[in-house]
Write a protein that binds this ligand. Sequence first.
Ligand code: GDG
Length: 734
Amino acid sequence: MKRLIIASNRLPVMIKKQGDSFDVIPSAGGLATGLKSYHKENESLWIGWPGLDAESESEEKEIEKLLKKEQCKPVFLNPDLIENYYDGFSNTTLWPLFHYFTEYSEFNPEFWEAYKEVNQLFAKKIIANAKEGDTVWVHDYQLLLLPKILKEKRPDLRIGYFLHIPFPSYEVFRILPWREEIIEGLLGADLIGFHTYDYARHFISSVKRLLGYDADFNTIRVEDRHVYIDVFPMGIDYKKFQDSALEIQSKPIQERSKEHQDIDRFLMGAPNRKLILSIDRLDYTKGIPVRLKAFRDFLIKYPEYKEQVSLIMLTVPSRTDVEQYQNLRSDVEKLVGSINGEFGSMNWQPVIYFYRSLPFENLVELYSSSEIALLTPLRDGMNLVAKEFIASKTSNKGVLILSEMAGATKELGEAISVNPSNVSEVAEAIYTALNIPQEQQFKDISAMQERITRYDVFKWASDFVSALAKTEDKQAEYQARKISENRKEKFKLAYESAKSRVLFLDYDGTLRAFVNNPQDAVPDKELFEILDALSSDKKTELVIISGRDKDTLGEWFGDKNYTLIAEHGAWLKEKDGEWRSRLSHNSDWKDNIRPVLESYVDRTPGSLIEEKTHSLVWHYRKSDIDLGALRALELRTDITNLISNQDLEILEGSKVIEIKVTGINKGNAALEFLQAKNFDFTFGIGDDWTDEFLFRELPENSITIKVGTDKSIAKYYIDNQKQVRVLLKSFCDL
Ligand code: GDG
């Protein structure tokens, strides 16, 4: 049976050494808390760092044994690796950059080397444990390179990846010196998931701009595969929070925990006292100092709330070795001290501050006793605390103030949404929250509860896993038509046994890779060797069939033993013959169209016009990818209106729009060439949609091959232009 392997930096449990023995304790943090319930209920295997390095082989064995009971396998990382891969590249390079704190991001090659090494170590461990066809689900920014390593070494594995933090806009991501490697690493996955559509959009934009791959909606077409991108907003174990909140509230006061009794006493100290709750890891992305400043602003503007409202702030220690975190802690504590000093009294502490982690029950006590949650991260992938607060509001009383920079804001539309950097807006939001009528609170909380119950962590995980499984079906059709080694052999045998053969070969993107300037794509030595070897066989007719103008094709191949078809079939030159037009010459129409194209060149930097005998072409390969696509759409509409009564048509190729005289295409040109000739091996290959005409017209028994992964009526697919050369070489034993 196929099994799920989860891979993340941390395991859902950590191993701690106590004297000579080891303790297994649950890990904190969003990912571990969220996914471990799913992990327990499904027979998955979790691979990750156990939180310490074993000092001997026997310790390793002991730790492995303990982890086995938790369905976990350890990847041991020595302190040096942890320093450079985890504290370094993960938390000092990627974390700040992906949260838009570019000035905190350090680019240290030593960090990068360690990061690559650890991703390899994870791959090794997974490969050692994965059976044929298993599914691997990789998590978070510590393992961005892992999908590609796995895909290369084990193409049988179905690989999913989920990013728990934001994916930044291209303008920020492009700063990273290793940006291409990171994107390529991720594209090894079959499915890549994000919390929000914005993160997915940013990722797709970076892929297009950095690697030039095309994307249709949520599908990225890499050379030999499709990679699917989708949005899966992570949920929480809703029932666990709700049940626990119900249980806590049903307890008589004297049976409650000491912490809970303290809270109760505080609330009972005055009739309308209310608690505002704030919980986060102590991290600069969470906006804790601005939140404190906003609370101070609120107390200044609304002094009537003195003694009535306290902010209970739980900051959980995090990355304590890093300087920025130490500075942040001291800033936060100074602020807390100054607010308490300025406004506090004998009976009232405005900010009740904890710097520690609390057991789960205490956490739920805080959720259920606080009327308002004030969560104002400057950036946050999701923010599970917001959902946990809502789930714990069993009486449906409560108000959530949530930063518009948290992923959770997309699902929690009834919350009071704030710009976390706007101190006075946050202060006003606190006032508004304190004054929302109960009926409104009830309505808002119920609506949010309904949404987060439906999409809880189990639904989130099973949705992701089933979407991942579906990528297999989607890719199956393409895979079935992809040329295998076995099929290549069959083509070769058919080629060898044929008495007369014809090969129709498209040029750009098929025989030669695309370059920014079309005139630079001159044929290279290797290509001539292949084409000459093929055409030197008397039994073979070689036809270059291209959209290129006849002068360029003539210049490159005019003295060769090949037939040339130029301008998508407008011109034909048999070997040793002269160019012959397949259309009458009338170029008057160009005078109307050219100025339109020129206006597009002016407004689209990098684009250019090419003029052919029977067509005008607008190229935008060198332009900004999105602007080019937008202008292409506009141009199409403009030209469609202009040519409505003329015998002209629009052809859209790969980053080109061509306006040409109707009635000619590669298909009818090939048919004309085939007339009165008899071939028992007919072969056609091409990469863009103008080649579809050729595939359609070639006789039934022809071999037709599409280069790339776009939809096609060709019988077969081949990965890329390099593979085309390998195939053609096999025909002529080069
Ligand atoms: C990353 C992304 C994304 C907190 N304090 C205590 C405690 N917690 C638990 C909470 C919650 C989790 O930790 C924190 O989750 P967040 O989502 O708020 O934040 P990150 O740790 O930064 O997580 C984040 C998440 O991944 C999931 O994709 O939402 O954006 O940064 O579950 O309850 N738990 C206990 N005691 C505490 O003191 N027991």
